[in-house]
Design a protein around this ligand. Structure first.
Ligand code: DOR
Ligand code: ZN
Length: 347
């Protein structure tokens, strides 16, 4: 019988976009209400490239938290071809920066300062391997000759496999994986390779992009894939394999930037993050596997303590608002105007 309450070790979000300024103030409470910690993505404008910038950003996040929040932002650096190897040593010693994010230039939102030629960052990767600082990969090629649905698979063959061969001790997280090929690659890979999986990629296949017409609110990077890939992701998260863990990739954009002739990539899920994951695990008949995926595997990989607090969910559906304020704009969240089957028990 399906339980109607879930008592979980408080989870963490190992991949989230909190944005900055007025947008940050609008979204951070959603994440802090559910998660004890979050790996905060650095793709601001300008990007967070140095430890000093990461620490400033961290202070801005803390300043926006509700007074009763217990939430720790875990900062990341945005890797560019100009990142000096010395920054890695400083990051490792900082106690505030926990990883470095690789964006292929042109792959997604604010990635124009990312990496064009991987050989130019070998010195930095060597320093990361030496200092044992994890590399977080947006794993998609940007080659215009490669079909958008194949970008992740080709990245693994062209870039990830050579990186592993060259830096065998580097801890790597393939972020927001979307394909059966990525699931297989990580499942068969070494202990220092892990992957995050989003709630939207567990709950939606690519039909959701075109349901009743083009739906820009389901457009994200990597793009949604076909149903066979979604079921492979569900299988991975419910397998108990410790190298798969929760990362929402919650990525708010103003409504006008999504509902536009050239709409931005990103799905906002922080308002219902753990609840949406609970739906996906319930769908797979494996609710008993949610806690390890959401609360144990991430800290174990990052070598941080598991949280001591608990988070309670109950099987009670609620209707998601049609939009909410995002700074002086609005944002349309996942399931806008529709229901989510699980809710938080606030306490
Ligand atoms: O859909 C996405 N949105 N994927 C990313 O990689 C970046 C993110 C964003 O920052 O909007
Ligand atoms: Zn992301």
């Amino acid at each position: 019988m399906t339980p109607t309450r879930l008592d979980l070790c408080r989870p963490d979000d190992w991949h989230v976009h909190l944005r900055d300024g007025a947008a940050l103030a609008s979204v951070v409470a959603d994440t802090a209400r559910r998660f004890a910690r979050a790996i905060v993505m650095p793709n601001l404008k300008p990007p967070v490239m140095t430890v000093a910038q990461a620490e400033d950003y961290r202070r801005r996040i803390l300043a926006c938290l509700p007074p009763d929040a217990r939430f720790e932002p875990l900062m990341t650096l945005y890797l560019t071809e100009a990142t000096p190897a010395e920054e890695i040593e400083q990051a490792k010693a900082s106690g505030t920066v926990f990883a470095v994010k690789y964006y292929p230039a042109g792959a997604t939102t604010n990635s124009q300062d990312g990496v064009r030629d991987l050989t130019r960052i070998y010195g930095v990767l060597e320093a990361m391997e030496r200092h044992d600082l994890p590399l977080l990969l947006h794993g998609e090629v940007t080659d215009p000759g490669i079909d958008i649905f194949d970008r992740e698979r080709v990245f693994i063959e062209r870039h990830l496999m050579p990186l592993q061969a060259r830096f065998p001790s580097l801890r790597m997280v393939l972020e927001h994986i979307t394909t059966r090929e990525a699931v297989d690659f990580v499942s068969e890979g070494p202990a220092n390779l892990a992957a995050t999986i989003t709630a939207h990629h567990l709950l939606l296949n690519r039909n959701a992009l075109f349901e009743g017409g083009v739906n820009p609110h389901h457009y994200c990077a990597p793009i949604l894939k076909r149903e066979t890939h979604r079921t492979a992701l569900l299988q991975a998260v419910t397998s108990g394999n410790p190298r798969f863990f929760l990362g929402t990739d919650s990525a708010p954009h103003p409504r006008h930037a999504k509902e536009s002739a050239c709409g931005c990539a990103g799905v906002y899920t922080a308002h219902a993050a753990i609840e949406l994951y609970a739906e996906a695990f319930e769908q797979a008949g494996k609710l008993d596997r949610l806690e390890a995926f959401a609360s144990f595997h991430g800290p174990d990989f990052y070598r941080l303590p598991r949280n001591r607090e608990r988070l309670l969910l109950q099987k009670q559906s609620w209707t998601v608002p049609s939009d909410f304020a995002l700074g002086d704009a609005t944002c349309v969240p996942m399931r806008a105007g529709k229901t989510v089957a699980w809710s938080l028990v606030e306490g």
